[in-house]
Design a protein around this ligand. Sequence first.
Ligand SMILES: Nc1ncnc2c1ncn2[C@@H]1O[C@H](COP(=O)(O)OP(=O)(O)OP(=O)(O)O)[C@@H](O)[C@H]1O
Ligand SMILES: [Mg+2]
Length: 236
Amino acid sequence: MGNISIRELSYAYQTDGNTLPILRAASLELPSGAFATVSGPSGSGKSTLLNLIGALDRPQHGNIKVGVVELGELSDWQLAGFRSRMIGFVFQSFHLLPVLSATENVAWPLYFQGIKRSKRMEIAREKLELVGLKGHLNKVPGKLSGGQRQRVAIARALATEPSVVLADEPTANLDRKTAEEIVVLMRSLNENAGVTFLMATHDPMVVAHALQRIELVDGKLIEQKQIQRQEVLAHA
Ligand SMILES: Nc1ncnc2c1ncn2[C@@H]1O[C@H](COP(=O)(O)OP(=O)(O)OP(=O)(O)O)[C@@H](O)[C@H]1O
Ligand SMILES: [Mg+2]
């Protein structure tokens, strides 16, 4: 189950003896199967938030729950296991390994699950087919277009059958048409497989496709419907 529950989450960076608060007692509830965006100005903490949900960092205060797992209760070792089983990551610059073929890139995260090579490659081919890359299985990233590379990255994120995919500016390096194709693809994967997607983005087109729209404002997470409701109340 890919529901995400965030309670009173705070996070600050320490630099040169200064404390830079980023998240300030932020809370959020996302249902399993959400297709959500988190937007906000550059530096507002979107990537920081995704890193905390994906257990790349630990909260300083507050709780994050993904499915039934309370991240704060896990050891470092258990967090690594949580990350590899429950979370898929998609990045702005794709982060593919340049010497590996598309299939090998997608198969890579399965290596850490102790799955044998022939099975890993079979799963990878299946996922690449799902993202429309059946004809490009053996190409290295350098031989693929930006949109195709992001499709490989999405297939890789899905290889381990995660409950949640965290995508950090997934369309920022793509032209407009390709960007929209990528979002439509993610939405269809979300709809068909029930995987929760949370995307950090500046892109209004991505936000327009989202079912849940979250703003990161002064370290707080605000769902857009709440903003609208507040506006309605203000005018009542
Ligand atoms: N490791 C770090 N150490 C110190 N400060 C950091 C670190 N990582 C990020 N920051 C600062 O924390 C703030 C939030 O960064 P973050 O990357 O989460 O923002 P963002 O919303 O993702 O921005 P962008 O839209 O530019 O990607 C920024 O001011 C950034 O400079
Ligand atoms: Mg960022």
